[in-house]
Write a protein that binds this ligand. Structure first.
Ligand code: ADP
Ligand code: MG
Length: 345
């Protein structure tokens, strides 16, 4: 779940996510053959694909099987032995809400499949393989933030991730600050085409400026380009937010979140009226700040509030939103936890 810094990761920028206390587990046993068979609790169907990654991920049925198939292909390209295994997935990460259930799945499945294939693989490479699997599965050219966060998460901390350097610094979340998340009740149809368009537009601007990515652009260079302007300003907001977070300066933090939301709404144009209404409801009910989190076009809002009042702010804000929109929001208090790892037998 991203506190601040959206649509910056694929432009080599800064993000400040945390791993929240929802998780996906993959239990696996070797089956001695050359097939990988997967079930997922609560999901239709059973996946049965070649262990060597030769099945075309975007042809796999049921559709959720495209993620494991994509991961198997990504790992085959990294030298994984085609060892078969049977796997059971269980997850309590809400699906299609901007909390990246797909990355929870692809990261956990990458760790499992690498383990089952005896492939030694470093953490960044796990993230890259999981992302490649997701891109093969969906055709959407996402960034690496979700996968890195799922792996690098540190309990009680947010992560300042530099997506150009692929490095991270854990930033303490003070006890005085509560992080709230609420789903606006509108599923995020990934809006893949809009996502790809925005990304391509930003990349074209970077090229026209002679830059490797928008990470290197100055505010002056992009002042008249709303897409690029969002990316450059958002990177600066992430850095400022990370500086103010440890001491819990709610006024500073909240203002940065509201600026981020306005920029995503007006410049990057990935908000919808429901997300705007939910942000307003949080602010009216006492949150210090709120913003859409994730790709946009539906899904979740993240808000921060003074710790003792966090749950009450969440309850009142979701009630206000329900009354004004007729939508059914789902919210929770988010805690930062450690990232994914092999659990052993
Ligand atoms: P998000 O990542 O924001 O939750 P996406 O649309 O990117 O939304 O990914 C949701 C898709 O990921 C689901 O439709 C399904 O295909 C797959 N997925 C997520 N969690 C699971 C799971 N536990 N088991 C099987 N597939 C899952
Ligand atoms: Mg996803």
């Amino acid at each position: 779940m991203n506190l601040i810094g959206d649509h910056t990761d694929y432009h080599g920028g800064l993000v400040l996510p945390m791993a929240v206390d929802r998780s996906c587990a993959v239990r696996w046993v070797p089956n001695g053959g050359d097939r990988v068979r997967v079930r997922s609790e609560g999901m239709e169907g059973r996946v049965d694909v070649a262990a060597d990654g030769s099945d075309d991920p975007d042809q796999v049925d049921p559709p959720w099987g495209r993620f494991p198939a994509g991961v198997l292909r990504a790992l085959a390209g990294r030298g994984r032995a085609p060892a078969g295994f049977d796997a059971d997935i269980s997850s309590d990460v809400p699906v299609g809400s901007g909390l990246s259930s797909s990355s929870a799945l692809s990261v956990a499945f990458t760790l499992a499949a690498a383990g089952a294939g005896g492939l030694p693989i470093g953490t960044v490479e796990v993230a890259r393989a999981a992302l490649e699997g997701e891109v093969l599965a969906t055709g959407v050219p996402g960034g690496l933030m979700d996968q890195l966060t799922a792996l690098w998460g540190v309990a009680g901390h947010a992560l300042l991730i530099d997506c150009r350097e692929l490095s991270a610094r854990a930033v303490p979340l003070p006890e005085s600050v509560t992080v709230l998340v609420a789903h606006c009740g509108v599923p995020r149809t990934l809006a893949g085409s809009a996502y790809a368009q925005r990304r391509a537009a930003g990349e074209a601007t970077a090229r026209s400026l002679g830059l490797a990515s928008l990470r290197d652009a100055t505010a002056e260079q992009v002042a008249h380009d709303p897409i690029a302007r969002h990316v450059v300003a958002e990177n600066a907001r992430v850095a400022a937010f990370a500086d103010a977070l440890p001491s819990g300066e709610l006024g500073v933090l909240g203002a940065l979140m509201l600026e981020s939301h306005a920029s995503l709404r007006d410049d990057y144009r990935v908000s919808i009226p429901e997300l705007d209404a939910l942000v307003d409801a949080f602010v009216e009910e006492g949150a210090a700040g709120a913003r859409l989190t994730g790709a946009g076009f539906g899904g979740c809002v993240v808000a921060i509030a003074a710790a003792p009042s966090g749950q009450a702010v969440l309850d009142r804000a979701t009630e206000r939103y329900r009354a004004s929109t007729g939508r059914e929001p789902r919210g929770f208090v988010a805690r930062a936890v450690d990232g994914a790892r092999p659990l052993g037998a």
